[in-house]
Design a binder for this molecule. Sequence first.
Ligand SMILES: Cc1ncc(COP(=O)(O)O)c(C=O)c1O
Length: 367
Amino acid sequence: MFPWHRITDLEAIMSKYWNPLVHSLTPYVPGEQPQLANLVKLNTNENPYGPSPKVLAALQAEVGADLRLYPDPEARRLKQAIARSYGLAAQQVFVGNGSDEVLAHAFLGLLKQPKPLLFPDITYSFYPVYCRLYGLDYRSVPLTQDFQIAVDDYLQGGGAIILANPNAPTGCLLGLDQVERLLQARQDVVVVIDEAYVDFGGPPIPSAVSLIARYPNLLVVQTLSKSRALAGLRVGFALGQNALIEALERVKNSFNSYPLGRLAIAGAVAAVEDQAYFEQTCRAIVASREVLVRSLTEIGFAVLPSQANFIFARHPRHDAAELAASLRARGIIIRHFPAPRIDQFLRITVGSDEQCAALVACLREIV
Ligand SMILES: Cc1ncc(COP(=O)(O)O)c(C=O)c1O
């Protein structure tokens, strides 16, 4: 038998050396990255299509003796490519090792204020984790009965606001008019809009980037992990007026001068520049999402309106945890969050048409 008591002893010995803060942390638990082959993996909102062939070519071209050299700490090529793509100046772009890192810097550099940070009760579960790590006070604001963000609930109080839009894990989108109403009313605080999934909400893409010129309190965060199919490369970015970007640069340069390696910079530039591939794959995913929603509705699921590359669905007669376990036994993994209000929902990534068909066939059998 495995000597579990020894592990406990080891933890006890180690923990006496920990910074007291570490005892209070509850780290984020990412979706499983299984080592088994042949699973239908619909649990972490990855893109079913590979990255653009131009990205693969750019990565191959970058592999060489220059890897002995540190990358450009400012990743200027990438900032310029992103700036061109969004009609901004390079000084309005910040880049980091996945948008998780960009968000972490925003929590420390912008969202940590004397008054509490506001975000929805149901949202990206990394937000409270950053709050504990950086000692931010926060107040969670309940979504409405039908899982929507109500801007009215954010018009007073708090020292900063962060919203995922589309929200995760619901997939629901807050319209751009409502985002602007919030920005207009809350010019006293920073508002971060985490747009990890926004590219699946179009066309036209309902991004708040178009509001940056008018609102100095707006920071938009995006990622190459979803719509650009580069979760494995770890590249995210933030867009905003220079003063907000400068705060992120200060935090970054007090933490890690080189968050993006040479390969990440080269691959990300190629991804951002290949607009045609991006549009084609986003369109395909949106089309698959609509088919998936129809099929699940037909077999009795209630599906929240999704503008993301995943859907959030429940079945009135089947327990969600049991459904997730039955799917897993059949080689399909999706995400189930055992949290208040959402423990009867399944979050299902929109895969390829074949993956979605396999999922629907299994669910049809189970329900
Ligand atoms: C709402 C939201 N924001 C940010 C991220 C982080 O993405 P990444 O660090 O891969 O850029 C995720 C990842 O799933 C997410 O769901």
